[in-house]
Design a protein around this ligand. Sequence first.
Ligand code: AP5
Ligand code: MG
Length: 216
Amino acid sequence: MYLILLGAPGSGKGTQAKVLAERFNWLHLSTGDMLREAVAAGTELGKTAKGFMDSGSLVPDELVIAMLVERIGQPDAVEGFVLDGFPRNLPQAKALDEALTAAGKSIDLALEISVPDEDLVKRLGGRWICRDCGAIYHELFSPPSVAGKCDKCGGELYQRDDDTPETVRSRLEKQRPPADMIEHYRNSGHLKVIDGTQDVSKVTEDLIQAIDAKGK
Ligand code: AP5
Ligand code: MG
């Protein structure tokens, strides 16, 4: 299955991608995670990407496309993947189509998780992430049993550098899925919009229903 999760910052792409990847044993590829790893490792890509990420802007297409195309060309991606955070615009969507076509494959589904802005601000302001296993929590909506500690692995929880009110505002202004990209997937018959304001488990249920309906 070649699956894309689309949605604004904080819509739940990471939360849902982890659940789907675990349940179906799929590879979860998050360009945000890949870029944060590059920043932490101090690579050339990471050094360039950091400024864009800190200001809530998209990292330039040529850098992100090269990173993603290289990653999906690796052997563990041959059977498919769930993409979280890519594509973010029409050029990225077209680059993904081209890379898959060249490998004799194509996208199966593009699932857009739809959430209004006021919910997104609350979600991003209260998000905590495990430093060790990457599990995602929210201090009100899905809190850990012990504050600051991961339920799954006991790791330390932290807040992302770009979850400050200022950067969140900028990300929501600049990074909502653009209409031309959504049209691209609607026109190709791959788009399904999911109501992302529901509980995490209900959103998962709707995503799985759409995946099952695809019959793969
Ligand atoms: P990235 O890491 O992808 O950030 P993002 O798009 O801003 O998305 P988030 O990770 O913030 O949100 P999410 O949708 O994963 O939500 P989550 O599940 O965590 O990218 C970071 C940066 O990298 C970008 O700003 C950009 O600079 C760069 N970048 C990445 N990809 C790029 C690309 N392709 N091109 C160019 N630049 C790129 O959930 C959020 C919170 O809500 C959590 O606390 C969670 O517990 C809670 N929550 C989730 N679902 C629910 C629910 N149903 N009800 C209540 N709470 C919920
Ligand atoms: Mg995410």
